[in-house]
Design a protein around this ligand. Structure first.
Ligand code: ZN
Length: 497
């Protein structure tokens, strides 16, 4: 049984799926795994006829706690400010909106049906007020969870809340030091964190209505409690043993007294065995992935393996992408033939709206075709126009040298060709005196080699060597036919000397 069906077997009651992300940087492809996995769970539950909701949050009350070097000068003064209150790196709007807009675009392309919300909206509208009161009243229980999970003493004047400083606007620099049931006492410290400097203000303020934010782990649990979230997975960075996911799950249990949502940890995509990271330039961004494959295939890549399997994905100079096309075609074939396999189900859940059956044409061959001029008609005839743009990107950015076939402007080194091979090339030249179809040309190329007792493999090697400088290549007749006749004749003569 497909992992998502198995996971959601025999559940009862209403379901609320949630996922969230802090919009403060470029989205690498691994950042799409959570949204897609949750979307697939949403689809499966809808398919079961369940009453189900799927929300996706932008955690925009978080402080800016780091900036890429090119933004440090421009935005350095906003370190410590909630990302919903800092300006965008470029253009209008806020820092949070700027990065969130990229995720919104990706959601639209990938058909992700989540209802999007902003954490800052939830705070400002007072949706978290009850939870804030609850965790302040029960601060000792939160301290106990932290103490147990991190095996250290948590000070009795520590409170699970951070005020947005009314003087300097920073949230990363503040500490709540007291709670009287009405207001919190706080200070904004110049030295609390290394990456931002507080203004030194001390005072009292209402913790409600957007004046303050709960720490990440507490907020996570509070969100589950407030909305009755029943399903929320977490990527490995949060879901390692004793990590933030476990802490949040313990908080909802021990502090709020409610069972945590379904547990679903999921693994990273790896790049040569390392975690992908856009800041380190390791791996692909979500946008780059969508440039080299259709959105349905991106979804397929995210869900075809069990979530807790780390998937290696270094496409540079490898066959990983063509292999994914093959897997996808196989999955579509199994779906069409109702095999009931996991692969068929993965294909079905990868679809966005109507099912689109992909062409059953080899991607690597298409990658050859897009490198040849005048193949547009052939590509259209085979129903490959949609995929041709992806194949071009693959050839340009990812293909191993072996799969790139550039017509060489100057005669490549043909010294390795035998006398017979050269004779063969000379005899081919006459085929280009008149118009000839690619099919007829292909037949003629074979026949000439037979006439001259040249093995066909040696015949083709001679052709590829003189035009591509390689001993292999795409369908020779189509390659030659796509070129200017005089150029071909001249090249064949040069090569046969
Ligand atoms: Zn301040």
């Amino acid at each position: 049984m497909f992992w998502a069906d198995k996971l959601l077997e025999n559940r009862t009651g209403k379901e609320w799926i949630n996922d969230a992300w802090t919009p403060s940087g470029i989205i690498h492809m691994g950042g799409l795994k959570g949204p897609v996995i949750h979307d697939v769970l949403f689809k499966v539950l809808q398919g079961q006829g369940k009453d189900v909701k799927y929300t996706y949050g932008f955690d925009d009350m978080d402080a800016i706690d780091g900036l890429p070097s090119h933004l440090q000068e421009k935005l350095g003064q906003y370190m410590g400010i909630p990302i919903c209150n800092a300006p965008a790196p470029e253009g209008e709007g806020t820092f949070g909106e700027y990065y969130a807009s990229f995720m919104r675009e990706l959601f639209a392309k990938l058909g992700i049906g989540a209802e999007i919300y902003l954490a800052s909206d939830y705070y400002k509208k007072g949706l978290y007020d009850e939870a804030i009161r609850f965790v302040l009243d029960n601060a000792q229980k939160v301290r106990n969870v932290y103490g147990e999970m991190y095996a250290r003493e948590i000070a009795s004047d520590w409170f699970p809340l951070q005020v947005v400083c009314p003087t300097c606007g920073k949230v990363g620099t503040t500490t709540v030091t007291g709670w009287d049931g009405n207001e919190v006492a706080f200070e904004c410290s110049p030295t609390k964190v290394k990456w931002a400097q507080g203004c030194g203000m001390q005072g009292k303020i209402s913790p409600f209505g957007g004046n303050a934010t709960m720490p990440f782990k507490v907020e996570w649990a509070a969100k589950w409690w407030v909305f009755g979230v029943t399903i929320e997975g977490a990527g490995k960075d949060h879901a390692s043993a004793g990590g933030t996911y476990d802490v949040a799950r313990k908080i909802i249990k021990d502090v709020f007294g409610v069972e945590p949502p379904l547990k679903l940890p999921y693994e990273f995509f790896l790049y040569d065995g390392k975690k992908m990271s856009s800041s380190k330039g390791l791996g692909l961004t979500g946008q780059e992935l969508l440039e080299v494959m259709p959105p349905e295939m991106v979804r397929f890549l995210m869900i075809k393996n069990e979530p807790n399997t780390a998937v290696e994905f270094n496409p540079f100079g490898t066959q990983i992408i063509p292999k994914l096309y093959e897997d996808y075609q196989k999955a579509a074939f199994e779906f069409e033939n109702s095999t009931g396999s996991d692969l068929a189900r993965a294909f079905e859940l990868s679809q966005i709206g109507e099912v689109v059956i992909p062409p059953q044409f080899r991607f690597l061959t298409l990658a050859q075709w897009v490198q040849m001029p005048n193949m547009e008609d052939e590509i259209r005839k085979e129903g490959l126009s949609g995929w041709a743009k992806y194949a071009k990107v693959w050839v340009e950015k990812y293909a191993p040298e072996n799969d790139k076939f550039l017509i060489q402007k100057e005669l490549p080194d043909v010294s390795g060709l035998s006398f017979e091979q050269k004779e063969y090339l000379r005899s081919l030249a006459q085929l280009f005196e008149n118009e000839i179809s690619a099919e007829d040309l292909q037949t003629a190329i074979y026949e000439k080699s037979k006439e001259q007792n040249l093995k066909s493999i040696d015949a083709f090697k001679a052709i590829y060597t003189s035009f591509l400088g390689k001993d292999h290549g795409p369908k020779a007749a189509w390659l030659l036919q796509s070129l200017d006749k005089n150029f071909v004749k001249q090249r064949l003569q040069e090569a046969s000397k």
